[in-house]
Design a protein around this ligand. Structure first.
Ligand code: AMP
Length: 360
């Protein structure tokens, strides 16, 4: 498929969480239908999609039937099993492609790829056994961060370690192996860039957001970020280069550490719409969800420019009670419709719009 999908076409989405839900809503606004494929019957995305499949990701019969009913396949989480991605990609366009998935699923592959583009990443070593760990602690020094290469999210699957003993204990506790040991980066800020690349290779990036985490989970994203124009340009350049080098189609999230000298390192990439891009729905001409749908549908990318300042605040667990109890006049709320609130569970977000903040 090289042409733009027509109105009324069906977009298949693997994963039924809040990102799938927001993609479905954006797709509907553009005149598309969505088909959500997810093994969890309580998926928040099921509530807002005309078509759904409740099946396991390795159910080849269900995947084949799903592929038959959709015009393009995308996903809202990066841990789509490689076999699922390959199977679907043989039947329908998979956007972003399998390469973006395989690279972003493995921290070592991700760092090798990004470093290979000449873009800085944290100094790191692969850790397969105790010998690797001893050598890496010696080379990188303490503190350092020991992480699983796969399946980590929201601060899970990683530990800050301050000595070899500490690292040895963490090595025994973290799974699956192999692990990666990263030097601790003395960052002064964390920022992210959400960039989109269309089927025709054009790119469009949103302004960098400044991110604050709480208990390993994103707490706020603030735009404009408190960074210089040079830092912003560097981050946008790196994000765009990564999308282009991957031959990427869709929206890509790139997380950075900013050092005291204003330069940035890439921490990780996410081949999907990203929590630190939720602010775009309140203040951009085109938000990240519409942008992703446009990109994967072969439509022209939309204008990512920002019309106001904004602070996005995640509502975790019982904080969802802020809707509607604590809503101010210039706050745009978004509830994900999850029936059960649990500690650490992302339940919704608020976008606090600041009309009088400086424009870029
Ligand atoms: P990650 O899962 O890689 O995004 O890491 C989650 C959070 O842990 C990051 O957003 C940072 O706040 C912190 N972190 C991860 N890796 C490092 C590192 N190498 N140096 C300093 N802080 C880190």
């Amino acid at each position: 498929m090289s042409e733009a999908l027509p109105l009324g076409a069906t977009i298949g989405i693997l994963g039924g969480g809040q990102l799938g839900r927001m993609l479905s809503l954006a797709a509907a606004r553009l005149g598309f239908k969505t088909h959500i494929y997810c093994p969890d019957r309580h998926s928040p995305a099921f509530e807002v999609t005309p078509h759904k499949t409740l099946a396991a990701y390795d159910d080849l019969g269900a995947l084949a039937a799903f592929a038959e009913m959709v015009d393009v396949v995308t996903y809202e989480f990066e841990n789509v099993p490689a076999g699922t991605a390959e199977y679907l990609a043989a039947l329908k366009p998979l956007r972003p492609g399998a390469r973006a998935l395989s690279i972003s699923q493995d921290r070592l592959a991700e760092k090798a790829f990004i470093g290979g583009l000449g873009i800085p990443v944290a100094p790191h070593r692969a850790i397969r056994d105790a010998g690797d760990l001893t050598a890496a602690m010696l080379a990188l020094g303490a503190p350092a961060v020991l992480k699983t290469t796969r399946l980590g999210y929201d601060g899970k699957g990683q530990r800050k370690v301050t000595s070899l003993d500490d690292a040895t204990a963490a090595f025994g506790e973290l799974a699956p192996h192999p692990l990666v040991l990263e030097a601790f980066v003395p960052f002064v800020r964390e920022i992210s860039v959400i960039v989109a690349r269309g089927v025709d290779g054009t790119t469009a990036a949103f302004d960098p957001a400044e991110n604050v985490h709480r208990d390993g989970i994103l707490f706020t994203s603030t735009v404009p970020a408190g960074i210089s124009a040079d830092t912003a340009a560097e981050a946008l350049r790196h994000a765009t280069q990564i999308a282009t080098a991957l031959g990427y189609v869709g929206v890509l999230g790139v997380e950075f550490f900013m050092l005291a000298d204003g330069h940035v390192l890439v921490n990780e990439i996410a081949p999907r719409v990203h929590n630190s891009g939720h602010w775009t729905e309140a203040v951009c001409i085109t938000d990240q969800f519409e942008q992703h749908i446009r990109a994967i549908s072969g439509w022209p990318l939309g204008d990512p420019r920002r019309l106001a300042g904004v602070v996005m605040e995640n509502l975790i667990g019982d904080e969802i009670g802020a809707i509607p109890d604590a809503l101010g006049h210039s706050i745009r709320p978004h509830a994900y419709g999850k029936a059960e609130s649990r500690p650490g569970r992302k339940m919704g977000h608020l976008n606090r719009v600041a009309l009088d903040s400086p424009q870029k």
